[in-house]
Design a binder for this molecule. Structure first.
Ligand SMILES: [Cu+2]
Length: 127
């Protein structure tokens, strides 16, 4: 039993690592899936920049903490998805595979207006 758990842990870790690597080099991912499909949102001065972002389905959004010292997180209340604390120079990614409006905020700074929204739309067909 213990061994199974360990194996599970290792494969989970491997998945995370592979995921990380794939994200880092996502311009040439195996599916041949598109171009510049990573969009960056900066966290700076207790704000998400841009605060509102529209992307097409399949896009990965990368939140990057560019503060000098503040740490932030990204929390999607409707889905209860959280990044965990991000310290300066750390980042977190989420890929949006379904169209919709995704509101989120930074839990430590929710009351200071650190909110954002990702609008995910279908890719236009005439391309
Ligand atoms: Cu914050």
């Amino acid at each position: 039993m213990r061994k199974r758990l360990l194996t599970l842990g290792v494969s989970l870790l491997a998945t995370l690592l592979i995921g990380g690597a794939a994200q880092a080099g996502s311009e040439k991912d195996a599916n041949g899936a598109a171009d510049d499909d990573v969009v960056v949102v900066d966290m700076v001065n207790n704000e998400f920049v841009p605060m509102e972002l529209e992307v097409t389905v399949g896009t990965t959004v990368r939140w990057l903490n560019v503060e000098r010292r503040s740490n932030h997180d990204i929390y999607f209340p409707e889905e209860d998805i959280a990044s965990g604390r991000l310290f300066p120079e750390e980042s977190w990614e989420r890929t949006f595979d379904e169209a919709g409006t995704y509101e989120y905020y930074c839990q430590p700074h929710e009351n200071r207006g650190m909110h954002g929204v990702i609008r995910v739309v279908e890719a236009s067909e005439d391309e």
